[in-house]
Design a protein around this ligand. Structure first.
Ligand SMILES: NC(=O)C1=CN([C@@H]2O[C@H](COP(=O)(O)OP(=O)(O)OC[C@H]3O[C@@H](n4cnc5c(N)ncnc54)[C@H](OP(=O)(O)O)[C@@H]3O)[C@@H](O)[C@H]2O)C=CC1
Ligand SMILES: CCCCCC/C=C/C=O
Length: 299
């Protein structure tokens, strides 16, 4: 819980805790309620959600209870949610933000991300989660959406703005044509996909990076489905297990530490209280002279 207090400051002056709770694929209500409770008990103050996850109402219910009971102050919390790819028109921004705030039972979110750089029609995904032919809306205008987001920031309903799954040129275009700069980039990032050039670009531009799928999203097929590349079981890698044994840590803690010590935020998802506690038990300090850093070729 001590490490949970480690935060990185964003341009607005707010600060984002380096370890947050991921909640994608956590839609089973009772299980998610217990997970958020366990996370808050363990010292998490950063929760990552999205319109797409269909679970903001559950998170809101737990947060309201903690806030009402006086166990938590709003300013201690850091809540991120995201504009869905079926809401990529400027006029959609207030609609989806209102919906998120109502479900989360909050007056503002700490961070609002454009979830994906592309847009699809509301009914654009098939039952397998694939984009239906013709469903991509090529008229999406990132700058027009950004202006609508800036208006919400101005109105005090969003503290910081950011993007997710954007590449360098997409981020640069927003950077060069905005008043409120993107504070955070959330991307897939883990031992086998360290995103070094993108991280360096973000650092140069004062953008904090958040690593999603920091454990490699074990058990989920979505990374291989969209990238076309199979990820090994990162938790089972011999080097990771060896380091874990040497430091009396778990494999998950080794993977998270490898990202967090570089100042990159991690948002591991778990529905298991024991793992939720384990995942926040990582140190943000860098390696000492005698410690070996794992070097892995990017895929
Ligand atoms: N912006 C974007 O486009 C995306 C954002 N995200 C965000 O990032 C979060 C994390 O990414 P996600 O893809 O969920 O993947 P993670 O890398 O966080 O892996 C989650 C999986 O790891 C398991 N797990 C968690 N902790 C441990 C542990 N200590 N030991 C062993 N297994 C563990 C979980 O199982 P169990 O629950 O059973 O413990 C779950 O199956 C998401 O929940 C979401 O908030 C994710 C993908 C895309
Ligand atoms: C076009 C399909 C995209 C799948 C979205 C997966 C999102 C995951 C979590 O944020």
């Amino acid at each position: 819980a001590q490490e949970a207090a480690v935060r990185t400051v964003l341009p607005s002056g707010s600060s984002i805790p380096l370890v947050g709770l991921g909640t994608w694929q956590s839609s089973q209500e009772q299980e998610l309620e217990a997970s958020v409770d366990a996370a808050l008990e363990a010292g998490y103050r950063h929760i990552d959600t999205a319109t797409l996850y269909n679970n903001e109402h559950v998170i809101g219910k737990v947060l309201k209870r903690w806030l009402q009971d006086g166990k938590l102050k709003r300013e201690e919390l850091f809540v991120t949610t995201k504009l869905p790819f079926f809401g990529m028109r400027p006029s959609d921004v207030p609609v989806f933000l209102n919906e998120s705030l109502a479900k989360l039972q909050l007056d503002y979110v700490d961070l609002y991300l454009v979830h994906m750089p592309f847009a699809i029609a509301r009914d654009g995904l098939d039952a397998q989660g694939h984009v239906k032919p013709g469903a991509v809306d090529k008229s999406t205008d990132h700058l027009a959406i950004w202006k609508a987001l800036e208006a919400e920031h101005q109105a005090g309903r969003i503290k910081d703005l950011g993007v997710s799954n954007f590449n360098e040129s997409q981020i640069a275009r927003v950077l060069n044509n905005s008043v409120i700069k993107p504070a955070v980039l959330q991307v897939e990032l883990h031992l086998h996909h360290q995103q070094k050039p993108l991280v360096a670009f973000c650092k140069q531009n004062n953008i904090t990076v958040t690593a999603y799928s920091p454990l490699g999203s074990p058990g989920s097929k979505w990374i291989s489905q969209y990238s076309g590349k199979e990820l090994p079981d990162l938790l089972g890698l011999p080097a990771v297990k060896e380091i874990a044994a040497r430091h009396n840590k778990t494999a998950a803690q080794v993977l998270l530490h490898h990202t967090v010590y570089k100042g990159i935020v991690v948002i591991p998802k778990s529905s298991k209280p024991r793992r939720i506690r384990e995942n926040i038990g990582v140190s943000a300090r860098g390696p000492t002279k005698n410690e070996r850093v794992i070097t892995v070729t990017q895929r």
